[in-house]
Design a protein. Structure first.
Length: 78
């Protein structure tokens, strides 16, 4: 149960980061063809960082889960 909550939180953080990256263009506060406004730069850095960190954490969790499954499978053979 604890793992499901953690993975769910990481997925939500990842999606939130992606939204922050897309928001300036989807919502329209970044004018097309204009230099990036400060809010856009902030959203890109914060959203990109949030998405990257949560993605890395998800990959680490998945690798650990696969390692645990392999360990259990190895013990089941014996």
């Amino acid at each position: 149960m604890k793992a499901k909550v953690g993975v769910s939180a990481l997925v939500l953080l990842f999606l939130g980061g992606l939204w922050l990256v897309a928001a300036p263009f989807a919502v329209g506060y970044q004018p097309r063809g204009a230099a990036y406004v400060d809010a856009t730069v902030n959203d890109l850095w914060l959203g990109g960082s949030l998405a990257a960190v949560s993605f890395v954490a998800l990959v680490i969790y998945a690798a650990d889960a696969l390692r645990e499954l392999a360990r259990r499978g190895k013990h089941a053979e014996n």
